[in-house]
Write a protein that binds this ligand. Structure first.
Ligand SMILES: [Zn+2]
Length: 106
C-alpha cells in the first residue's frame, strides 16, 4: 500500500518529534511504499567506506537515512512553523496545495 502524502521532493519540512525536533530540511527523496522521506541534514549517519582502489582513501562519509513520513510536517515560511497541507482540486483537474493555517498556496 502506498502512503498518502501531499509532500513533494524539494519541499521544506520540519521534524516534529524525536531528538531532531524543530530541525528543518529539504526533502531529497520520498518512498511512498515504505512511508519514508529522506531529508537533507536530518537523521545523518556516518557510513564507513572502504578503499577499493589504490590511492583511494577509506573513511567515513555522512548519509541521510530515511525517516518516517509522519515525523515531519510541511514547513510554511509564512506561518514559520510546521503545518498541514490541504489540497484543492481545480476545475481542470489539477491540484493546488495550500497551507491549512494561512491558506497560502504552496
Ligand atoms: Zn501557512
Amino acid at each position: 500500500m502506498l502512503t498518502k502524502t501531499n509532500l513533494k521532493k524539494g519541499d521544506t519540512v520540519i521534524v516534529n518529534t524525536g531528538s531532531e525536533k524543530g530541525k528543518k530540511g529539504t526533502i531529497l527523496d520520498i518512498d511512498k511504499k515504505s512511508g519514508k522521506v529522506t531529508v537533507k541534514d536530518i537523521n545523518v549517519r556516518a557510513k564507513h567506506v572502504k578503499a577499493r582502489k589504490q590511492g583511494q582513501e577509506s573513511g567515513i562519509i555522512k548519509v541521510e537515512c530515511p525517516i518516517d513520513i509522519s515525523k515531519v510536517n510541511f514547513y510554511c515560511d509564512k506561518c514559520e512553523k510546521g503545518v498541514r497541507l490541504g489540497v484543492k482540486v481545480n476545475e481542470d483537474g489539477s491540484k493546488t496545495r495550500f497551507c491549512k493555517s494561512c491558506n497560502e498556496m504552496k
